[in-house]
Design a binder for this molecule. Structure first.
Ligand SMILES: NC(=O)c1ccc[n+]([C@@H]2O[C@H](COP(=O)([O-])OP(=O)(O)OC[C@H]3O[C@@H](n4cnc5c(N)ncnc54)[C@H](O)[C@@H]3O)[C@@H](O)[C@H]2O)c1
Length: 352
């Protein structure tokens, strides 16, 4: 599969096996591999016998910070890498976002490739060019749009992924399926009791196709089209920040956020009751905790304060994405005027 995101082109390869370093670096003289402590072994397998500059970061959302970006820049500089090198990120969404950001600013931009090793990375984070890191306890406060030259999705890499992390990726897959329509949603529903390789591969392929097509139409989130991909994220990001970044997985927060988005959509007569129930039941079938208030962030005021600092907020207004009959649509509300509605949802006072 290949996509054009504005001036950039991204090739996506979904395979069984890991890619070969010689293929990834075919057009480059120098490269820097970036991995974390859990993906280092996968990165080594890709390297085979080749000598290559290697940068290992600490894993997890709590390390998606400026310090990690600096570590990459420092390594690239010490290795004397020029702008004509390629950064190769081997890992999940965290490594991809940080390495992509570092690539976008190293010597005003060097190319980068991603070897995605988590389900979340495959179905969502690795395609579309959003890079960044967390700052001042706010998720993705700093970042760039900088699509990878190539993205490799070796399904074999998922064999070592902890179950909790696989489940995190399923939430983004459910989100994409809600947006994309019945074809993918029906396949995703089957995944709660069918763990076959073929079904997984087909779901990843359809999710990537959908995300790639949306981002191609709106690479820098200016027309509103790409914004749909934030379904569940305004509530979810607030939960992640309120719990303390890294305390719950991104997917767990997005699943919780999608149920809140259904509640808001129902309240505003946009999400039909049956559609909200279908989404909630799908989320429930994968064992997510979508209870409200969430046990880790019972305080609705804290969540609302976090939303007030959401980077997508403009003139006191904030845009939520809520499911509609066949996909989802944006709803912009004045946070102060609708504070009682949001408060009620976050206190768990709304039952679907
Ligand atoms: N750029 C985007 O468009 C985009 C979209 C969605 C999410 N994200 C970001 O992605 C991040 C979440 O990504 P994630 O869920 O992949 O988390 P992650 O990158 O933190 O990976 C989860 C954990 O699994 C480990 N791991 C990764 N691959 C492994 C493997 N194959 N075997 C064993 N362990 C492995 C990692 O070391 C980490 O501990 C968030 O920061 C989120 O903001 C970005």
């Amino acid at each position: 599969m290949n996509f054009s995101f504005g001036e950039y082109k991204t090739n996506v390869y979904i395979t069984h096996e890991l890619p070969k370093l010689s293929d990834i670096t075919a057009d480059f003289n120098n490269a820097l591999i970036i991995a974390d402590e859990n993906t280092r072994e996968i990165a080594k397998k890709i390297c085979d016998k080749t000598e290559i500059a290697f940068c290992e970061l600490k894993s997890g959302e709590e390390n998606k910070n400026w310090q990690s970006v600096q570590t990459i820049l420092n390594k690239a500089h010490n290795e004397n890498l020029g702008r004509d090198c390629i950064f190769i990120a081997v890992g999940g969404g965290v490594i991809g976002d940080i390495a992509g950001f570092a690539a976008s600013i190293y010597k005003r931009g060097c190319r980068f490739a991603l070897v995605s090793t988590t389900l979340l990375g495959m179905v969502d984070a690795s395609v579309g060019g959003k890079t960044g890191f967390d700052l001042f306890e706010i998720k993705n406060l700093a970042g760039t749009f900088y699509p990878a030259l190539s993205v490799y999705m070796p399904l074999d890499a998922l064999s070592t992924l902890p179950k909790k992390e696989f489940k995190s990726g399923l939430a983004e897959l459910i989100k994409t399926a809600v947006l994309a329509g019945d074809d993918l949603l029906n396949d995703v529903k089957k995944m709660s009791n069918d763990t076959s390789y073929d079904l997984l591969r087909s779901c990843i392929e359809k999710a990537v196709m959908y995300k790639g097509s949306i981002v191609s139409e709106d690479p820098k989130e200016t027309t509103g089209k790409r914004m749909l991909l934030n379904l569940g994220h305004t509530f979810g990001h607030a939960l992640e920040s309120a719990c303390g970044l890294g305390s719950i997985t991104h997917g767990e927060a997005v699943a919780w956020g999608m149920v809140r988005a259904c509640e808001l959509g129902t309240k505003m007569s946009i999400t039909p009751g049956l559609r909200a129930k279908e989404i909630k039941d799908t989320i429930a079938s994968f064992g997510y905790n979508y209870e409200c208030p969430h046990p880790l962030a019972a305080n609705a005021d804290v969540l609302i304060n976090t939303m007030k600092s959401d980077k997508k907020k403009k003139d006191g207004k904030i845009t939520f994405i809520v499911p509609d009959t066949i996909s989802a649509c944006p709803v912009t509300i004045d946070l102060e005027n609708e504070i009682d509605t949001i408060h009620n949802i976050l206190k768990g006072g709304f039952n679907l």
